[in-house]
Structures are given as C-alpha cells and as structure tokens.
Design a protein around this ligand. Sequence first.
Ligand code: ZN
Length: 488
Amino acid sequence: MSNAQQWLVCFDTDRIKQYLFATNRLKEIRGGSALIAQLDDERKSYLEQRYSRDKVVYSAGGGAAVLVSTEQEAQALIAEIEREFRAQTVTASITGVYLQASTTSGKFGVEMTRAGKALRRAKAAKAELIRLPVEPYMRFCSSCGQHPAAYQAQDGSGDWLCRACHKKREKGGEERGGFFAQFAQWADSQTWTGKTIPDDLDAIGSVASPPGYVGFIALDGNHIGDLLDKPATIEAYRAFSNGLWSLTREQTFAALKQYGKPLDGIAPFEIVLIGGDDVLLITAADIALEIALAIAEGFEKQSLTQVLSPAGLSGEREKLTMAGGVVLAHADFPIPAMYRLAESLQKSAKRLCAEQKYQTGAIDFQVVTSSDTDLDAMRQGVPHRRPYTLEDLRKLLGHIRLLKAADIPTSQLQAMYQALFEGEVNAQLASIATLGYLGRSTDKTRYNRLKQFFKDFGVQFDGQLPPWDASKRSALTDLVELYPFIKS
Ligand SMILES: [Zn+2]
C-alpha cells in the first residue's frame, strides 16, 4: 500500500507570552516557563514513542507536527493533547489541526505552510471564545487578577491564587527543570547551580551596575516564516526546525556563559523563554546589551552552516538575521510592562532590518526613566539615532568604553546631552564648546575619542557641525543614556 498520503497533525501553544506574563512575580514566570518546557519535552517523547521518530516532523518551542495514518487517529490525538495541556496549565491552551498531506511530492514545506495557515485560523477562532465568565462575588487571584482564586499559597505570603498561578508558583519554587537547568547542564560547570538562581528581580538588580537596574531582552529571527514552504522533504524540514532551535539555544547559552557569571552567589539572569528563533531574557542591566548583541551576531554568523545548508536552503538565503529589543529599567518596573516595551522595540528593530533587506540584524533599546509604559510617549521630543544595526551598536558600545577609559568628565557629557533638547543650534554650540574645551588640553586623547565618535556616526565636520548627522539625527543621546550601563 502506498504510504504517500498521510494525515499531517500540527500543534501550537496559544498565547504563550500572555500566559507567562499574567503575573509580575519572577518565580511564577519561571514556574510557567518551566511548565511549558516540561510539557514540550513530554510531548516530544510521547509522540516519538507512539508514532516512531521518522513520523515526528518536529516537536519543540510549544509546537509539534506529526504524521499519522488515519483521520480518526488525527482527531483522537488532537483531543488528547489539547485536554492534557489544559489539565496541566489550567489557563493556557494548545491548538491542533490536521489535513491530508503528501510526503513524496518533493514539496513537503508547502504542506507544512498549508497546515500553518489552518492552525492560525483555528487559533484566531479560539481566541474569540476564551473569555471566561466570572461570578461577581468571587475573590480574584491576587497574582494575575484575571481568574477566580482557588487556593491560599502555602509559602507564607497569604496570597489567594487561581489554580494556574498556584501551579506556576509551586513549579517556580522547585530548583530543577526549566531553561536554567538546561543551561547549567550545557555549560557543564559548577559555576551555575540551583543555589545561584535569583529569587526575584531585586536579586538580579542587586548585582547590577548601576545597582537596582535590570535589562529585559526580546530577540526574534527575521521573516523565518517565508522559508517554511521551501524544504523539499520531511527530513529537510526537520533539519531546518532542529537547526534553528539548537542554534538559538546555543547562542543564548554561550552569551550567558560569557557574561552571566554569578556575582555574590547570584546568577545575574533569568531565561524566560527560548522558542524556535525566539528568546526572552531578564538580566542585570550592565550585561543586557552585550548579551543581546552576542546572541544576534552569533545567530547570523552560524545560520548558513547550522540551519540553511542542512535544510538544503543555502540557495534561498545567505544568512538569517535577528531583531531585538532591550529595555533597561529599575527592578521595580512591572515585568509585563517591560515585556510589552521590549516587543515594541523589537518591532522598531525589525523595520530597520526590512529596510536593510534583511542583510543585517538590528537592536533597539530604551532606558526607562519615567513611569510611562508606552514607547512613543517615552521618545516624544527626544532626538536619537535608534534602532542600530548590530555593527553600529557594537561600534557605539566600543566608543562608550573608549570614552570611559579616557575618563571623560560626565559633566561634559551631561552638558551636551541637555543641549540636545534645546534646539539644533544650542546642541551644536554645546558640542563644539566641549570639543574646544577638551582640545585645549595637552593630552588630546579625550578630544580625539569624542571627535572620532561623532565622525563614526555621520558627522562630517566640513561645515556640518556635531552632534548632528546629515539627516539631523544624533547618536549622542544614545551614547549618554547608555553610558552608565556599559562597563569600561
Ligand atoms: Zn492567577
């Protein structure tokens, strides 16, 4: 009997980030994240055992695709996976769809794209149905405020929690499991142990410089979706999916290993999520930009050999790139607000990547100094040069280090910075005055370094004065705002 026509079943977790960020407590976010990762692992081994490895197209990052032989089997599997997922997470859900697919046409990616479209339709339909009615006299969960409280927490807090948050908090209190454990195992070192896991955001902030500040990083691969219909066979598709997954994970782990050594016994980071090409991290503020850059650079550099070539897609693209958003904020700024802000920054970086025809990754960043939670409001009237391509951001960080090493007086930087908000001419006068002041010193190091910074960011000096480039933008704002967060 021909095996060419089979039933392709695809799953994807719904609104995974809303589920994770329904709370402001790091331990519950960690618990939710560990639960999602655990369900991912269990689903993978279950599918591989039940249908054999060669029928599982992929299973990772909250999703899966598997080939089964009958329509009844497809329906039964979807019902089972959806039921089990809801039972474990209480408020999160996973959606499954199935369709008849040919595995020998040499266009397997097209079948996967068809399934992906069906999956998106099914998820959209479901999203309209998930408003749960709640009786008005019920007590609400003191963590998420969204669902009726069902348990009193046994951790001494006295909090009344809904079933979902209760489960997250229990899970978050365990030391095993989740991405941290995977990282510690990967790093193969005694440096990161259960004891170094930060208790909350304040703990991460306590080992940061300046103290109390954390970074929230969101990274995502650029227009990966357009490649999904390209792999010719199941094997090629699997190579693509596995390659993407392990590349993202390895680059994230490598960056954390390099920059995330424990200080005072506290690991200065939390891995919230690593999906297929998707990363969410919280770190000490002073390592956030280095980590985001290292991941995005490594991803871009290794994408051809680790993802595109193994999947037979080297003819499609030379490389894959990433866009990222980095928020630097005080540890008491709400985590869900950091997440939303990081997503806005990531979108802004993605627009630059698109302008650059995806030949480079980009990162946008924002230092939060007010209680505003909206990016447009924060940037109102602020002249800046963001977002940055990876190369330009690397350059900017280099200039900050050189200026710090030369001990340029922060009062000089502040004077130029203030003038940026006082109109084009005042800004020029202040920059020229500072250059003049530094130029009168016998040691010209500071003068030369500041001048080189302006030159590297588009200031020509032939009639066109700093701090403005030809399009009247200035990297000076970005330099001064980042200055306290970069180690010399
Ligand atoms: Zn809750």
